[in-house]
Design a protein around this ligand. Structure first.
Ligand SMILES: Nc1ncnc2c1ncn2[C@@H]1O[C@H](COP(=O)(O)OP(=O)(O)OP(=O)(O)O)[C@@H](O)[C@H]1O
Length: 624
């Protein structure tokens, strides 16, 4: 973790975090300045209200005695004034509550939007980094309410100070030192409580990875995808225990803190109660000695408790402000993350022109934290109208090649050239608009068919003919036509009346999504892993047609499809070990020929005596 984070856990860091206040103010201001100003106004009035109540009550009680001499009108006048103060106070509180609720929602929406915008802007390597994920989690967890709390606490400190000073004013007129003691007393607890808050923050800070882990266990226990394995392997109790272990760790820490807080509170409450009761006794004795009126007994006792309570709440407010400072720092820390990858790719650059050639020139890429290259000196050239099949064992770098080519991992060495110009010199978005891709771990969107396919080309989302055309190319048009609401049929299990598809059908939807994009370059990463041999042959046939004047790269372990590609590249441990057409590679009798023959022989030995049908079909069945 960075030095900045460690620093925040010290007491000095608590105060240093006040530097974020101007930013918090700007944030609050940007949400709704009018509402912010009026909330501040209400808060000031709220601060004066208790003392106005106190004075009105004192006046009311004293007016009883006055009315004996001056008549009943004096009493009525005080009573009316009292009622007005009560009504105004209630009204202020209601209006303030209403506005606060609205403002809180607006603020929380704005912050969540800002966090998500930041997360979306991160590069893939950054996004896959566990530390960045922890920071995101910390920011998300605190963000929706901390800035609001800070604002509320600032307000309540202001209100508290106004109330405290006005209540103390009542006492100063009588005995100034009482006000002085009452105001200063709670400040003695400031450092102890602050340390406690700091400890709580430290616990919270280190909880981020554990929270993610606990979230994952609970996700496995409650998600419909995981439920089959969890049931069958009887993982339920084991996972639940893991989940509960984490929760219990949190609970033990919280309990320890709660005990400390109880102890400190007991000590300070004891001292403060002794002092306050002594002062109340002093008021009573003064009344007994006829130094003050009965109405003033009420006024002074109220002023003592009000001053004591408000100075205590001012101190509590300050402590919470300091504590929230620490949390808010996490939010800004995440928002200030320097996304090197995005910067590298998002500065103003020319658009990618229609693609004619794609060339890899000695491309090398290594994942962060790894000590071997996932791609090492990979070179090849592909022209418009050609298809390239990439084959190789598991972990040989095939999927990485797709991700590097689409700009998801920009930190590669060597050069990727588009029409002879470096990929890095182009605008990334414009490249991605020219690419249709099916990832190995393609998405299954819990939405309707229209969106599942339409996400491939959002501007054409409402163009039913085009969606049907893409679905035809992916071989699922008859399925869509048979669905109850056709393109508006919801897919998956999360939504009500969701229509669940088989693995292969989902994969074809993903293929339709890629085909729906009017792309120059299609990248299919094991697009037939879930498909039956007939479906696979059908999809590849359509793929070849689609690629008539475009570029296509597909990754497959099924040699029945691979053999028809114009070029075949064999990767082994990130390096190109063979390159050529099917015939050329078979003639070389190297790794490709070995893998190809292995699949054919496996099929043939399983089907001895069967009629010699289409060779393509045999290999397809043998594959995977
Ligand atoms: N996100 C990642 N972070 C770190 N290492 C990764 C990541 N993805 C893949 N790797 C590593 O990079 C290497 C190449 O992985 P890649 O997914 O490109 O292989 P592949 O040829 O597509 O394998 P498969 O046939 O199993 O799909 C592997 O050693 C893998 O462990």
């Amino acid at each position: 973790m960075s030095g900045q984070d460690q620093e925040s856990v010290t007491l000095r860091g608590v105060f240093q975090a006040f530097i974020y206040w101007p930013r918090i103010f700007r944030l609050l201001w940007s949400v709704d300045r009018g509402m912010l100003i009026s909330l501040l106004g209400w808060q000031l009035l709220q601060g004066i209200a208790p003392v106005a109540m106190l004075l009105a009550t004192t006046h009311l009680i004293n007016s009883v005695g006055e009315s004996w001499e001056k008549g009943i009108d004096v009493l009525y006048a005080s009573f009316v004034m009292f009622i007005i103060v009560v009504i105004v106070r209630q009204l202020i509180s209601l209006v303030q509550g209403y506005q606060e609720g609205l403002f809180q929602t607006k603020l929380s929406n704005k912050i969540n939007q800002t966090i998500i915008e930041k997360a979306v802007g991160l590069g893939l390597t950054e996004f896959e980094n566990a530390e960045v994920q922890d920071q995101l989690k910390r920011a998300q967890q605190e963000a929706s309410y901390r800035p609001y709390q800070i604002m509320k606490q600032m307000f309540s400190v202001i209100t508290g100070v106004v109330t405290m000073l006005s209540a103390a004013g009542v006492l100063i007129a009588w005995k100034w030192w009482i006000a002085f003691v009452l105001i200063l007393m709670p400040f003695a607890s400031f450092i102890s409580f602050l340390r406690l808050s700091q400890q709580q923050f430290e616990y919270e800070y280190h909880r981020a990875p554990l929270r993610r882990e606990s979230w994952y266990w609970s996700y496995l226990l409650t998600n419909d995808k995981a439920v089959k394995e969890v049931r069958l392997y009887q993982l339920g109790d084991y996972l639940l225990n893991k989940y509960m272990d984490i929760l219990m760790t949190f609970f033990r820490q919280d309990k320890l803190l709660a005990r400390k807080r109880l102890l400190i509170s007991l000590i300070f409450e004891g001292v403060s109660l002794t002092l306050t009761t002594s002062m109340v006794l002093l008021v009573l004795l003064s009344a007994f000695a006829k130094e003050i009126l009965i109405g003033n007994v009420f006024g002074y006792v109220q002023a003592i408790t009000l001053t004591q309570n408000t100075s205590q709440s001012v101190v509590q407010g300050l402590i919470q402000l300091c504590q929230n400072n620490l949390y808010i720092k996490q939010l800004f820390f995440f928002l200030d993350l320097d996304s090197a990858e995005q910067k590298q790719l998002s500065s103003a650059r020319p658009e990618v022109p229609p693609l004619e050639t794609v060339e890899f020139r000695n491309v090398t890429f290594r994942y962060p934290g790894r000590d071997v290259d996932a791609l090492h000196n990979v070179s090849f050239t592909l022209h418009r109208g050609e298809t390239l099949a990439v084959v190789g064992k598991n972990g040989s770098g095939k999927s990485t090649l797709v991700k590097v080519l689409t700009g998801l991992y920009p930190n590669y060495a060597g050069e990727i050239l588009l029409n002879g110009e470096p990929l890095r010199s182009f605008d990334l978005d414009s490249l991605q608009r020219r690419v249709g891709v099916v990832f190995q771990d393609f998405m299954q969107y819990e939405s309707d068919v229209r969106h599942n396919i339409g996400f491939g080309n959002l501007p054409a989302l409402q163009e039913d003919d085009k969606i049907y055309h893409a679905s035809e190319q992916a071989g699922i048009k008859p399925l869509l036509e048979a669905m109850p609401q056709h393109l508006d049929t919801k897919l998956g299990r999360w939504l009500a009346q969701g229509y669940q598809l088989s693995g292969g059908q989902w994969q074809r939807v993903a293929i339709a999504r890629a085909f729906f994009r009017e792309a120059d370059l299609y990248l299919l990463d094991e697009p037939s892993s879930f498909l039956d041999p007939m479906a696979e042959a059908d999809v590849f046939h359509k793929f070849q047609q689609l690629l008539d004047d475009r570029l296509g790269i597909f990754i497959s372990h099924r040699y029945s499809s691979v053999r028809f590609a114009d070029k075949i590249m064999v990767l082994d441990q990130g390096q190109v070990v063979e390159f050529g057409s099917h015939a050329e590679l078979m003639a070389q009798d190297g790794m490709y020929a070995e893998l190809y023959n292995m699949q054919v022989n496996a099929y043939l030995s399983d089907n001895k005596g069967g009629s010699p049908e289409d060779d393509n079909q045999k290999v397809a069945v043998a594959a995977d």
